[in-house]
Design a protein around this ligand. Structure first.
Ligand code: HEC
Length: 281
């Protein structure tokens, strides 16, 4: 079985030369994104770039129709409501999340992850929420925890629905972090020796076992997802799952490696609209 999958991936890599061109060192994020879009649209001229936000569903009209039906009455609404309650509950000092986030926390998700010059590192939206908690005398939440940070971020991210992803990479330190994330995305690793790009660039739109693979462009705009309708999965939870799939030891969530990866990965969705909390298989 394993052998079969590997063979399938190898045969799927006829376009490898070009896709490796994608990993050009020190290209700008916009150039990297355009290279990827050119690669995908030449392979799949009938799939609209705007539809990449639907991930693998963009390549499968039947599953997309099922998705649309589920999204009319999302089975995970109660979890988002739990997140809303957390968001609205004041801290012990009477302050709220809205009082310490830019723009009251609305229409900001599309600018995260962000390179924080003062800290000299990439910060995610979840890091900023934790900074807000700590500044107000509360303990930080575990960023990978679905019940707390997951639900809270599901609600908070819904306040940015419709915002256009706009990750900025400016200055030498931000660029270095972006390049690190890009390396992680293109570096082969794990016992199966795959890179993220093996599946989500070279083999996007093809099947791995029963699963259609989504293209990297559009992957970052719709988090968290609810797998099977009720299991909340954050973006970094998903990265962890994909690292495990290729039998690599996943970097710790909220580590520099993961946050730099999220920085690069999110920039590849620049220009696409955000929509928090969607159904996934
Ligand atoms: C062996 C193939 C494989 C590799 C390598 C792989 N993934 Fe995945 N990934 C999948 C499959 C299968 C899914 C579920 C179907 C889909 O949405 O593509 C998935 C889903 C995802 C999703 C969710 C897409 C969505 O819209 O729900 C993200 C994000 C993602 N992967 C990121 C990564 C990152 C980052 C890496 C590198 C650390 C990586 N993947 C490596 C197979 C892979």
């Amino acid at each position: 079985m394993k052998q079969q999958i590997i063979m399938k991936l190898l045969t799927g890599m006829a376009g490898l030369g070009m896709a490796l061109g994608v990993a050009t060192a020190h290209a700008s994020p916009e150039q990297d994104k355009q290279d990827l879009i050119r690669y995908f649209t030449s392979k799949y001229p009938n799939v609209k770039v705007d539809d990449y936000v639907y991930g693998a569903l963009a390549f499968d009209p039947d599953s997309k129709a099922q998705y649309d039906a589920i999204m009319e009455f999302p089975p995970f609404d109660s979890q988002i409501d739990a997140g809303r309650k957390m968001w609205e509950t004041p801290f012990k000092n009477g302050k709220t999340y809205a009082s310490c986030l830019p723009n009251g926390g609305k229409m900001i998700a599309g600018t995260y992850p962000m390179f924080d010059e003062a800290k000299g590192k990439v910060v995610t939206l979840e890091d900023v929420v934790n900074d807000c908690r700590v500044a107000n005398g509360e303990a930080p939440l575990k960023t990978s925890d679905a019940k707390t940070m997951g639900a809270l971020s599901a609600y908070m991210r819904s306040l940015s629905d419709g915002m256009i992803m706009n990750i900025k990479v400016q200055g030498p330190k931000a660029t270095a972090a972006y390049e690190e994330g890009k390396k992680t995305f293109f570096r082969r690793t794990g016992q199966l020796n795959f890179a993220c790009a093996t599946c989500h660039v070279q083999n996007a739109g093809t099947r791995l076992r029963s699963e259609l693979l989504s293209p990297v462009v559009g992957q970052a705009v719709h988090w968290p997802v609810f797998r099977g309708g009720d299991t909340l999965v954050t973006l970094q939870n998903r990265y962890t799952g994909c690292f495990k799939m290729i039998r690599a030891v996943p970097p710790a969530q909220d580590s520099t490696v993961m946050n730099d990866l999220e920085y690069f990965h999110s920039a590849m969705s620049n220009g696409l609209p955000m929509k928090a909390s969607v159904f996934r298989k």
